[in-house]
Design a protein around this ligand. Structure first.
Ligand SMILES: CC(C)(COP(=O)(O)OP(=O)(O)OC[C@H]1O[C@@H](n2cnc3c(N)ncnc32)[C@H](O)[C@@H]1OP(=O)(O)O)[C@@H](O)C(=O)NCCC(=O)NCCS
Length: 187
């Protein structure tokens, strides 16, 4: 079976390297992910309190098998100025109505890095994976994440409620089509 790092390319943005997630990332993910200000607006499927082997179980048993099957794509987010440092993870998945997710270490927020990473993987979704539409569901209370959707040309197409680590909350379904994405790139 091919290694996922051979199948999924490294992506580059002006300030970031996005490297396919591997077992060598487990320790950094465990250290940076298990905090309330990272998980509160993530899907309630994330166990909380986060177990000591949470990152290992996720990467080894969930992420890597799905990456090998071509069902999900997970990249570690690394600043070019410190490429050895994992500061977050960004993911794509073929799940219905929820195709992209990301989190960033709070120490690295507020610099536009999540927007850069989102742009890069969205381009991969449309231009490499050739999917016709990208949809994401996010809590209405998650203002930074909604702002990233707005900034990248997405629009709200539905409202619903969803179970998050922080409880059941109102949520919005955001969408952008491949044609809309391509038009934005031409501007
Ligand atoms: C979502 C997340 C990755 C954003 O990281 P970030 O570094 O703030 O992202 P960016 O800097 O690229 O963009 C955030 C935008 O939200 C804005 N923003 C952040 N906090 C805000 C607030 N309280 N009120 C208004 N706008 C706010 C920023 O100003 C920026 O917009 P701008 O470029 O127009 O100024 C980060 O908050 C995170 O990891 N959250 C926890 C995980 C999560 O919820 N993931 C998303 C699940 S849907």
């Amino acid at each position: 079976m091919p290694s996922p790092t051979l199948v999924i390319p490294m992506l580059e943005t002006p300030q970031l390297l996005l490297r396919p997630v591997g077992l060598s990332d487990v320790e950094a993910i465990q250290a940076k992910f298990a905090r309330w200000d990272v998980v509160q607006y993530l899907n309630a499927a994330v166990p909380w309190p986060y177990p000591a082997d949470g990152a290992l179980t996720f990467v080894r048993d969930v992420a890597l098998p799905a990456m090998r099957k071509g069902k999900t794509w997970h990249w570690s987010i690394r600043p070019k100025v410190e490429p050895d440092q994992l500061i977050g993870v960004i993911s794509l998945t073929d799940d219905q109505d929820d195709n992209r997710g990301f989190w960033l270490d709070p120490d690295w927020r507020g610099k536009g890095l999540a927007t850069e990473a989102a742009d890069a993987v969205t381009n991969f979704w449309f231009e490499t994976l050739e999917r016709p539409v990208l949809r994401v569901s996010k809590a209405v209370a998650n203002i930074p994440s909604r702002r990233i959707s707005e900034k990248t040309g997405m629009r709200v197409i539905d409202y619903h409620e969803r179970d998050y680590v922080g409880g059941r909350m109102p949520a919005e379904l955001w969408e952008i089509t491949r044609d809309e994405w391509r038009l934005r790139k031409l501007r």
